[in-house]
Design a protein around this ligand. Sequence first.
Ligand code: NAP
Ligand code: HSE
Length: 435
Amino acid sequence: MAKGLGSGELRIGIAGLGTVGVGVLRLLTENQVEISARTGGALRVTAVSARDATRDRGVDLSVLAFEADAAALAARDDVDVLVEVIGGTSGAGADAVMAALRAGKAVVTANKALVAERGAELAALVAEHGGALYFEAAVAGGIPAIKGLREGLAANRVKSVAGILNGTCNFILTKMRAERRAFDDVLAEAQALGYAEADPSFDIDGVDAAHKLAILSAVAFGGVPDFGAIDLRGIRDVTLEDIEMAAEFDFSLKLLGVAKPRVGGPGVRQYVAPVMVPLDNPIASVEDSFNAVVVQADPVDEIMMRGRGAGEGPTASAVVADIIDFARGINPPLFGHSTPVAASGAASGEGAAEERRFWRLLVDDRPGVIAEVSQVLSEQGLSVEKILQTDADGSRAHIFILTHAAPRSIADKVASALDGLSCMVEQPAVYSIED
Ligand code: NAP
Ligand code: HSE
């Protein structure tokens, strides 16, 4: 079994010297005094790995050994803990993690893709070889969400876990609304600030949030992450009209990840989608690159943790906290419990509660259009709470509709019937209201 600060010194190898790797090096140096006082010994980085050995990264690497091969770094005798901050479900980062775990070492990773998609394999390696795996930085950046759920709420029965889990998307949605800027322009800023993934489509298509949700859900409800069971929709199709009209209807548009027991069935329903959050819900005011994780549980009731979800400092904070946990000999069960998450095998949307919905229709602006739309809603028995029409470009109009709570099956029929109307210029956009 991997041990903590046995000899009074913990030797660390860092695989990856990008945003997070450099942040970890800086934090271990800048807060060295506090960290030593809290662990009772020294945490010393002995070796690092990256693709480019010569690039100036703004930190002193001169006394550290350099390994071009991250798996070789994991195998070094002077590395007790591997910090893996390369990323990816396969390749150098994943290989280094597997090598370290096979050697019975401790691994601290920020790699949510790896934990979410290969969590069962990692758990098996930990169990077989007696190593340890820590992944606080994989979920919600600097927020201690894993620790909060797995340790702080260990006595509770979790009813739901939900959150803003992607800093890049929250940054984009916030800036588009506040500064009326174009999607691509704000995405470029998020990339420059180090928030986005190497491939930013992981952020904007909701994959990154789904990786984090899979991990959170496993910790909240038991078993291993089940990434394949998540209903997934990103923010690529969100328009400025949607964001601005959300506010008119007293909502804020947020990309949320939600996991909760299926209504009327076994298992956990997990989804990532842009949804409308009522403005009086505290999560509606979580802006910029901030993340939030909301847990409803019995008997604690509701807890919301909010903090920076991406970037060098917040992510390094979570990585170093994990290293400190290992140094202190704290090693809780990997995903909290052993009951499997029975989330897979259900059809998309199955087990969803009835929901209010927000609709955006782009129609030809001619007499009788509202009547045609109303007829579809009436035929399907979907009742309107609020409706608003605005001019789109002189010959076309936007119709925004808030509908009362109804099952997903009704909403699907309405969407398909509306799409078939001759006045409809494009497929209707529909957002759930997260009441
Ligand atoms: P990054 O800035 O792109 O850095 C990746 C690092 O990995 C680079 O230093 C790169 O080396 C190195 N690398 C790539 N391929 C390698 C190989 N074959 N061998 C050795 N090193 C290799 O990424 P990041 O933003 O720091 O993210 C790292 C991990 O943390 C990812 O799993 C990410 O999902 C996760 N994460 C990131 C954040 C964030 O805010 N950025 C937050 C939470 C979690 P070179 O520099 O030489 O190219
Ligand atoms: N790309 C991720 C985000 C980094 O924007 O949230 C933090 O995990």
